[in-house]
Design a protein. Structure first.
Length: 69
């Protein structure tokens, strides 16, 4: 399954790498929203996918922070 592969991939990353991925995903979401507003976006389901990926990354960052404490 595609989602499980993504989750395994981000679980193996460090907190610093996760933060970099988070910034990149937020930039992508901004660009997707901008394209949607200007009617240039063909695949609107990508917005939902990126939002969920952002939530997954934030969850893992929180888990790693609690594990260190």
């Amino acid at each position: 399954m595609k989602i499980n592969g993504y989750v395994e991939e981000i679980r193996s990353k460090s907190t610093k790498e996760l933060n970099e991925d988070l910034v990149a995903a937020k930039k992508e979401l901004f660009n997707l929203r901008f394209q949607n507003a200007t009617n240039q976006l063909d695949n609107t389901s990508r917005i939902k996918e990126v939002r969920r990926n952002i939530a997954r990354i934030q969850t893992l960052i929180t888990e790693k922070a609690k594990a260190q404490a």
